[in-house]
Design a protein around this ligand. Structure first.
Ligand SMILES: [Zn+2]
Length: 65
């Protein structure tokens, strides 16, 4: 199971092969190697990056696949 780097929730839904969505805090998580890229979906549907809110350590994917 994946864990959200923002809210630590495990309520993560899969959108695409490497793309996930946190149903708890509503951010999109894209797997990029061993890290997540984090995006917030704006009201107009565009994505804004949240990566600078997290350290590399926080965005590291802890669970192996
Ligand atoms: Zn979350």
């Amino acid at each position: 199971m994946l864990k959200c780097p923002n809210c630590q929730s495990r309520d993560i839904g899969r959108l695409a092969a490497n793309q996930y969505y946190c149903w708890n805090c509503f951010i999109e998580l894209t797997i990029n190697g061993d890290h997540f890229l984090t995006h917030q979906v704006e009201e107009d549907g565009s994505l804004s990056s949240l990566d600078d809110l997290f350290s590399e350590d926080e965005r590291r994917i802890q669970d192996s696949f």
